[in-house]
Design a protein around this ligand. Structure first.
Ligand SMILES: O=P(O)(O)OC[C@H]1O[C@](O)(CO)[C@@H](O)[C@@H]1O
Ligand SMILES: [Fe+2]
Length: 185
């Protein structure tokens, strides 16, 4: 919006969510994460309609535009499937060398990373933590706390999401609650 040559932004943060022009909201239910968690029996006993995470994304340019940026905020609820913490689906980028920033806003989490050689490592997420995810590194986030986890992301508009590789091969390690300690197994 423009008033006498002074512009007002078209997108706002409200309650850790984005609102305004070019904002797309999506919800992932437990049923959308079929095959992601290790404990299949525990998964089958849970409500597939339970909301696991919600994302609002600001897409100011058309997907695949070279040189543009996207930005998103994700709210990941606390919980576990068996001993495994609720987490995002996780992905490589289709344009595999594209990097991304994640940063912690609220709650306690773990950013789980895996390179193309299937080496897995993790970084702790907390309010103010900043994470650089290099290209060719798959990324997913687990909520390791009892409160909601909110984190934000900024990625190139020509990165794309390759979910298929993770759906087919998974991550080489899982983040489990071992006697109260988040542990990569
Ligand atoms: O895309 P996933 O693996 O479901 O994870 C959700 C988060 O990752 C992003 O895809 C960005 O990498 C955002 O939409 C959101 O922050
Ligand atoms: Fe990404």
């Amino acid at each position: 919006m423009k008033v006498d040559n002074i512009y007002v932004p078209e997108v706002f943060f409200t309650n850790n969510c984005l609102t305004g022009e070019n904002v797309v909201k999506s919800t992932r239910l437990l049923g959308d994460l079929d095959g992601v968690f290790q404990d299949k029996d525990a998964f089958e006993q849970m409500d597939r309609d339970r909301i696991i995470y919600q994302v609002s994304s600001f897409l100011p340019v058309v997907e695949n535009t070279p040189g543009g940026l996207f930005m998103g905020i994700t709210l990941l609820y606390p919980g576990k499937v068996g001993q495994e913490f609720f987490m995002t689906k996780g992905h490589f980028h289709t344009n595999s060398n594209r990097a991304e920033f994640y940063w912690g806003v609220e709650g306690e989490g773990m950013l789980i990373l895996m390179d193309e050689q299937r080496n897995v490592w993790a970084e702790r997420m907390f309010p103010g933590s900043l994470h650089y995810i290099p290209g060719k590194v798959a990324h997913r986030v687990a909520n390791i706390g009892y409160q909601k986890l909110v984190f934000s992301a900024c990625w190139p508009s020509d990165a794309g999401h390759d979910y298929a590789t993770i759906a087919a091969e998974g991550f080489a390690r899982s983040l489990m609650d071992v006697n109260g300690v988040p542990t990569l197994l």
